[in-house]
Each structure stands twice: as structure tokens, then as C-alpha cells.
Write a protein that binds this ligand. Structure first.
Ligand code: HOZ
Length: 423
């Protein structure tokens, strides 16, 4: 595969940006290669600057549920651009998107639009602290909620592969407010609540963890979190930045039948534009300024172009909800193929899949938590990544991310992916 133009751009980028990238996982560091520079993407395919084309299972880390550059989303965005790119003032579009979100996710009685998942989780936690008057929060080891100070404690995603689950630059006094429990381990949660009586403002969780690979909640775990937060007067925050509009139109909370107090959304909600949302119980959200004293603001919040892309994307999902069955079935086919191959060749592998999210871990252990995820052989993952890439399939350049199937993946794409896997 010729990647000379990517290599040239990478050399220039290295001098301009740390690691040559604007987000660490893109540097391909954990798979021992140099990054590809992307020229464009359409449907299920992504094309690099050297003209190589790949079936894409990164899908911009989740937003691309309809595939890249869906013509109706693009058309709506272009039309909106002619009216102006940003006003820093309210628009009817914001009402429209908020109402759509609330129809799909009824627990989000009131919400705020921001620009990234990081901003959404950071702001949700501030709202929970303002509401409860408490400082401490609980998060789970290996769950990733963006890169704000208090959440970069034992975090997943690139923080895991770069060996910086605890980032430098985060004041220890800050990190002390973040207590860390183990995913799927009820005792670890109980213990933190018992040892910090009346001090926990919120518990934040990815209901399906998708930043340490994909790790599913065990039966009853989310219900348990609902109960224990309620008993202790703590706010339950579901970080649905990845699962929102992906596991179904109502996200993981609809799938598991749990009503969190606050929810954060990102990725799909912006239809590929920088957009995220946090919201939930009206009595909590009323604490946000200007009705309350929890400050949060942003010039580009509720941006007219981003809201347009989000609205059109959600409308398309609502117009054809059968997309969810299709993407789940295709993810199931992929998961089945990975399992069958591993079994046939005696390769240690455990595949987790839910809806259109999946992850193949190179381990013989069942992966139910952070320790299970870490048991994966990352050099085997790097070899697999290289093989897929060389043969035209683009999967996440890290073991600790999800594989995303979109509505644009055709039967032929899935067949071809399995054929490459088998080579
Ligand atoms: N943190 C994102 C994956 N979970 C990666 C963002 C990016 O590099 O675009």
C-alpha cells in the first residue's frame, strides 16, 4: 500500500501539533504505524490522500451511523450555511432539536447544547454538584468521559493506550474528588457510598462501556446503580455520548429500561458536526444559569449548522427505524465471523457485541471489566489492525475502542470484511 503522501503530511504535522495529531488515538501509536491522512469519505468508505480506499468501521468514532456524507444531511447543511454560520443567539433550530431529543429520550426533560462530549460530561457533573451541594463523584475504571480534569482519573480510550489513565496536569486535589469503582462490581460501588456518606454528588457511567473496547453491563448492574444512587441522594449520569441514538433511538437507557437523572449525548446527536448535549431532570437542570447558579456557556453552543446536521440525522433515523435491525444484524455477522475464525485457529479471542457496537479482544478471558479488557494481547491486535488496513478495512487503531457498523455498510462490505479477516 502506497502511503507516501500521508507520510509527507505526517512529517509536517509532527512539527505543528503534538504527535502530529489533534487527538492522541489518531496517531496510530498503539498499533505501531504512522497515521493515514484522510482526503474524503462517502457511505461506508473512507479514502486517504494517496487514493487508498477502506471499508470504515471507525465511522468518526461513532457519529457516522448513516454512513459518511449522507446526501440529505449534506443538503440540509449546505442550505443552512447560506443563512449564516453562527449567531451566538437563540434559533428555532435549537428548539426543534431539543424537542426531537426529548421525544426520543424522555428522561431529558430539559437540556443544554454544547460542542463536545467532554463539555457535556463536565457540565453535567457541575450541574449535579450545584444541585446536591456535594463535591465527590464516582466513575468507573476504564470508562471514558472526555478529558476534563476530574474525569481523567483511571480513564479509558486513548488515555489507556498512551499509558496516561491519570493525566499529568490534573491537580491532585481535583483528582481526589473523583472516586473510582469497578465496572460490573457492585461491592466496589457500595463501599464508596458507605465510606463517603452524604458526600457523593453523582455517579457517572457509560451504560455500555465503549472506551475500553466494548464491555456490557451484567444483568441487574444498571438497575443496581439506579437504586444505590437514589438511596444516597446522588445524581445518576448516563454518559450516552457513544450509545445515544446508536443502540436504538432511545439509547442504552431505553434498551435497559433505566431512567437516569442526567444524560450526556454527543457524536450522532450532531450528525457529524461538533455538537453535544447534556440534560435530564428539570429540577436539576433549573440550577443551570441563567435560571440557577451553575455557570456554563458557549459562543458556538447550539450552532445553527450543527443543529441542522443533528436534526436531519435524527429525522432520518426516525423515518427508517429498521436501520437499527440492519446494523445490529451486520454487527452480529461480523462478531460471529471473528468468533468462528478464532475457534477454528485456536486464537484466544473474546468478542463483545451489542447492537451495532462490537469489539474483538485478543484474550481467552471473558471481558466484563477493565481488568478483562487489559488482559488482551495488544500486539496481536496491532498485527490484526495492520492486516485489515493493508487489505482495505479500517478498524480502530487501538484495542480499547469500539468497532462501529453503519447503515451504509452493505452486505457486500460485510462479506468482503469477513473475507479479509479469513485471509
Ligand atoms: N476519544 C475518541 C475515541 N473514543 C477519539 C476521538 C478522536 O480521535 O477523534
Amino acid at each position: 500500500m502506497n502511503i507516501s503522501k500521508s507520510e509527507e503530511l505526517y512529517k509536517i504535522a509532527l512539527d505543528l501539533m503534538p504527535g502530529g495529531v489533534n487527538s492522541p488515538v489518531r496517531a496510530f501509536g498503539s498499533v505501531g504505524r504512522n497515521p493515514l491522512f484522510i482526503d474524503h469519505a462517502r457511505g461506508s468508505r473512507i479514502y486517504d490522500v494517496d487514493g487508498n480506499s477502506f471499508i470504515d468501521y471507525v465511522c468518526s468514532w461513532g457519529p457516522g451511523i448513516l454512513g459518511h456524507a449522507h446526501p440529505e444531511v449534506i443538503e440540509a447543511v449546505i442550505k443552512a450555511c447560506f443563512n449564516g454560520l453562527t449567531f451566538g443567539a437563540p434559533t428555532g433550530n435549537e428548539n426543534k432539536l431539543a424537542a426531537l431529543i426529548r421525544d426520543c429520550i424522555p428522561s431529558m426533560e430539559m437540556m443544554r447544547m454544547v460542542n463536545s462530549g467532554t463539555e457535556a460530561t463536565m457540565s453535567a457533573i457541575r450541574a449535579a454538584r450545584g444541585f446536591t451541594g456535594r463535591d465527590k463523584i464516582i466513575k468507573f475504571k476504564g470508562c471514558y468521559h472526555g478529558h476534563s480534569d476530574g474525569l481523567l482519573v483511571q480513564a479509558g480510550s486513548a488515555a489507556l493506550t498512551q499509558s496516561v489513565p491519570d493525566s499529568s496536569g490534573v491537580p491532585a486535589s481535583f483528582a481526589r474528588q473523583t472516586l473510582v469503582a469497578l465496572f460490573n462490581d457492585r461491592d466496589s460501588v457500595r463501599e464508596l457510598f458507605e465510606n463517603n456518606k452524604d458526600q457523593i454528588a453523582a455517579l457517572i457511567v457509560e451504560p455500555v462501556a465503549a472506551n475500553m473496547g466494548v464491555v456490557l453491563p451484567e444483568e441487574g448492574f444498571l438497575e443496581f446503580l439506579r437504586e444505590i444512587t437514589e438511596e444516597n441522594g446522588a445524581v445518576l449520569i448516563f454518559d450516552e455520548v457513544i450509545t445515544g441514538f446508536r443502540l436504538g433511538i432511545g439509547g442504552a437507557q431505553e434498551m435497559y429500561g433505566i431512567r437516569p437523572d442526567l444524560t450526556t449525548l454527543g457524536k450522532i446527536v450532531g450528525g457529524g458536526m461538533p455538537m453535544a448535549v447534556y440534560g435530564g431532570r428539570r429540577d436539576i437542570m433549573k440550577h443551570v444559569a441563567p435560571t440557577g447558579k451553575v455557570y456554563q456557556a458557549g459562543t458556538l453552543s447550539g450552532n445553527p449548522i450543527a443543529t441542522t446536521a443533528g436534526i436531519r440525522t435524527i429525522e432520518l433515523l426516525l423515518e427508517d427505524p429498521s436501520i437499527y435491525d440492519r446494523i445490529e444484524a451486520n454487527a452480529g455477522k461480523l462478531a460471529g465471523a471473528y468468533r468462528a475464525r478464532a475457534q477454528r485457529l485456536g486464537i484466544p479471542m473474546h468478542v463483545n457485541q451489542i447492537g451495532s457496537l462490537l469489539c474483538a479482544f485478543f484474550t481467552d478471558q471473558e471481558v466484563k471489566d477493565y481488568a478483562g479488557a487489559l488482559s488482551s494481547d495488544t500486539s496481536a491486535y496491532a498485527d490484526y489492525f495492520g492486516h485489515m488496513l493493508e487489505n482495505g478495512v479500517y478498524v480502530a487503531p487501538s484495542q480499547f475502542e469500539a468497532m462501529f457498523v453503519s447503515g451504509a455498510h452493505t452486505d457486500e462490505d460485510i462479506r468482503r470484511t469477513i473475507e479479509v479477516l479469513e485471509r
